[in-house]
Ligand binder design. Structure first.
Ligand SMILES: [Zn+2]
Length: 327
């Protein structure tokens, strides 16, 4: 690791601790230890020898809708699968050697409310990081992002889905500027038709960490087009962009062992390097139909003979560990 990167990481860590100290001074009664300070002493201890890998993308939800109310008119009967808690997720993950997970905000069920993911990460601060959400159309999105850093929120989900054509307006420049300062990232749920817009934002905010989810959803209609892969690879010229190699159940033939995705996977690795590519499942959706949790990690673990041991470790752990500020 370069000295500059070590320094950057130390600065980010100090910022997270300073943010916690702010909570102490502001809102936490004497005697209560805020989550990030408690990290140093107690809480969960993931067994990184037994479960070395990181799943960079899963959703979770709870049936406790009194505590975590559902948005968008959903009721507990709409939850599908009916329950997918952190315990249920980790049972699957551990069986495949995965000890840490990035929890991704789920707008359809939770709207703009981050509380279930934030509470889960507070209980298990070494196991989880959170990709949260803030509404860029509301005032002060940067201030809200900084406050969430102490709650283990190290990325923000942004997407054109609610606001096509205007999704990068409002406070979005402030969000990207804030992320460049805090080390949080912009995790983009986008299609190939949005690559050019994201590229323009990367050019405008060259120090902002950016993650493209699920290969930019190339192949979601069953066809992996070279022009789309070219455009995704072209974004690699922005040096803080990384790609999630994920959601295999939804791309191309959508069938394990997903070998039809390997030519695209290889091209992305050639463009970005394994240190900017991270594996993820997109559970519980990865569990749809015949697809299993282990089918997802098996593509990288068992079917990519061209990877060195170091490349595989980067894709299955080190990239997500760095980009989502686990250390
Ligand atoms: Zn997802």
């Amino acid at each position: 690791m370069s000295n500059q990167r070590k320094l950057d990481r130390e600065i980010t860590r100090r910022r997270m601790l300073t943010a916690s100290a702010g909570i102490v001074a502001g809102t936490v009664a004497a005697g209560h230890v805020p989550a990030l300070l408690a990290d140093e002493q107690a809480g969960d201890v993931p067994d990184l020898d037994k479960h070395p890998w990181i799943d960079a993308h899963s959703h979770i939800w709870s049936r406790d809708v009194a505590k975590y109310p559902l948005a968008n008119g959903n009721t507990v009967d709409n939850l599908s699968p009916p329950s997918f808690t952190d315990e249920e997720l980790l049972a699957l993950a551990h069986a495949s050697g995965v000890g840490r997970v990035v929890l991704i905000h789920h707008h359809p069920y939770h709207g703009w409310d981050n509380s279930y993911l934030v509470d889960t990460a507070a209980r298990s601060p070494r196991t989880f990081r959170v990709v949260g959400t803030v509404d860029n159309r509301e005032p002060d999105p940067g201030r809200r992002m900084r406050a969430m850093l102490a709650q283990h929120v190290t990325g923000f989900r942004i997407t054109p889905r609610f606001n096509e054509g205007k999704w990068l307006d409002g406070g979005m420049d402030e969000m990207w500027e804030t992320a460049a300062d805090t080390g949080q990232n912009m995790s983009c749920l986008i299609d190939p038709s949005h690559f050019a817009e994201v590229g323009a934002m990367c050019a405008k905010h060259p120090d902002t960490p950016v993650v493209i989810d699920h290969f930019g959803r190339i192949g979601v209609d069953g066809e992996i087009r070279d022009a789309d892969v070219d455009a995704l690879c072209a974004l690699a010229r922005h040096k803080h962009v990384a790609v999630k190699a994920s959601a295999y159940y939804a791309l191309g033939k959508k069938q394990a062992p997903y070998l039809d995705l390997l030519p695209m996977f290889r091209r992305v690795l050639d463009a970005y390097g394994p240190e900017r590519v991270m594996w993820a499942t997109d559970c519980p959706y990865q569990l749809s139909g015949e697809n299993t949790y282990d089918d997802s990690i098996a593509l990288v673990r068992d079917h990519m003979d061209f990877l060195s041991t170091g490349d595989r470790q980067a894709i299955l752990r080190n990239t997500a560990e760095r980009v989502y500020l686990f250390v």
